[in-house]
Design a protein around this ligand. Structure first.
Ligand code: BJ8
Length: 426
């Protein structure tokens, strides 16, 4: 891919040597993590292709879209409403934050005890290795956790255009009002950027495209309740990751094609793991590309992940936006209804999250939960305590893993995961 796209990367202002170094790690990591799996659905070839072209063809598509006057919006959080971006003919992309890169530079701006996700996007920005970031006409931040909201104050000086959405901390009337205000401001910002007006018609279209993506993911999520599991947790996570930057219509079609294939597998009683394999749900911080560390350890230890209670997973895709409103205000209210149901740990209190984890365990026939916390992520690491207590009370074995993006603790995590699997097997 490299030679063909070099000129494009250069024009985007990437540091070509550093970018080569990144791709030099990413390609082999992907091959070792994904291509060594057995009995993958044939439809995963699409995602293999997407990943092989993740800095190539998709970026070319974004550049073509920009040449046609469309705007590219980069985001770090599932609260950013894709409905609005699509309604105004924009393209929403998730930005690289799933790996360490140039941590030394990031730590010139941020304390060492900042979560890997935040340090990751600072590192990618400072090292000029993320073509999604470089292609973005605006980057949208959100006042969610303290780490992100303070980091965006600094980040504003590192990128050409940053829009920060204010986000609620409580799920009450006041919280709803904050979210509605933030969405209204975002609409005004996007109208100005795109020189287009949001209308009932184009917003309904944006809602439809976004809901279709979500519906395909709901279908995939449900099929994972089959035993034996028809798809690995790694491959399902990959689909959830690609959700954030692929073309919405093509993505929807590709996930539905995989679901058709999985239905056939289920009917034939085929799976990617033996019927007796321990089934787990992973709950906690989001795992952005190329963060495959924990699922690779878990599935490499013989268990199978059947669901992700995560923003790159069920928390991010569940619930649809109702499209029945007749006015922009009604549709905006419907968006607030939908997004207020996201059980991010920045909400206080956040009791619905653990209820969702319990319902996932039951519906997916899981036997345990691994709580995944990124080090220095106060919202999820602190919430992990009460979540664990509640799950254990429900008779659901729970393992708390706090880690970062480094590979140093792989052996230690593997030992703990293997012991957890043994505990479940009894
Ligand atoms: S809606 S989970 S995507 S904020 S890991 S940066 S919380 S210190 S990512 Fe998130 Fe939106 Fe919530 Fe989802 Fe802060 Fe924690 Fe770091 Fe985090």
């Amino acid at each position: 891919m490299s030679e063909q796209y070099r000129e494009m990367w250069k024009n985007l202002g990437l540091d070509l040597d550093a970018h080569d170094a990144l791709l030099g790690v990413l390609g082999p990591l992907y091959a070792a993590t994904f291509m060594t799996q057995k009995d993958r659905p044939a439809g995963m070839a699409y995602f293999d292709f997407v990943m092989s072209e993740v800095h190539g063809l998709r970026i070319k598509e974004l550049m073509d879209a920009k040449a046609q006057g469309r705007k590219v919006v980069g985001a770090f959080c599932t609260f950013v409403p894709e409905e609005v971006v699509l309604a105004l003919d924009g393209v929403l992309v998730g930005l690289c934050a799933g790996a360490d890169f140039d941590t030394a530079s990031a730590e010139k701006y941020l304390p060492r005890n900042t979560c890997s996700l935040i340090k990751g996007f600072f590192g990618f920005t400072l090292a000029r290795v993320c073509p999604y970031l470089a292609a973005s006409d605006v980057i949208v931040g959100e006042n969610t956790c303290d780490g992100k909201k303070k980091a965006y104050e600094i980040y504003a000086d590192l990128v050409p255009r940053l829009h920060v959405m204010d986000m609620p901390q409580t799920k009450n009337a006041a919280g709803r009002a904050v979210m509605k205000g933030a969405f209204a401001e975002f609409v005004a910002y996007m109208e100005d950027l795109t020189d287009r007006k949001l209308t009932v018609e184009n917003l309904k279209k944006g809602i439809e495209l976004t809901n279709n993506k979500r519906k395909a993911m709901h279908r995939l999520a449900k099929l994972r309740s089959a035993n034996p599991a028809p798809i690995s947790g790694l491959d399902a996570l990959l689909a959830n990751q690609v959700f954030f930057y692929d073309d919405p219509v093509r993505f929807t079609g590709s996930v539905n094609a995989i679901c058709d294939e999985l239905e056939g597998r289920i009917a034939r009683g085929e799976g990617v793991a033996p019927k007796g394999a321990v089934r787990l749900v992973v709950s906690g911080c989001p795992m952005a590309v190329p963060n495959w560390k924990l699922p690779a350890i878990v599935e490499g230890s013989g268990a199978i992940i059947v669901g992700e209670e995560s923003c790159v997973g069920d928390r991010g895709t569940r619930n649809l936006t109702a499209d029945t409103g007749n006015t922009l205000d009604e549709l905006l209210e419907a968006m607030v209804d939908r997004y207020m149901q996201i059980d991010c740990a920045v909400f206080t209190p956040n009791p619905s999250r653990v209820e969702h984890v319990i319902s996932m365990v039951k519906e997916l026939g899981a036997q345990g939960v691994i709580h995944y916390g990124l080090q220095f992520c106060s919202p999820y690491q602190i919430e992990a305590g009460p979540v664990e207590v509640r799950l254990e009370k429900e008779g659901i074995p729970t393992l708390r893993i706090d880690t970062d993006y480094s590979q140093e603790d792989v052996g230690q995590i593997k030992t703990r995961v293997e012991a957890f699997i043994e505990r479940i097997k009894g």
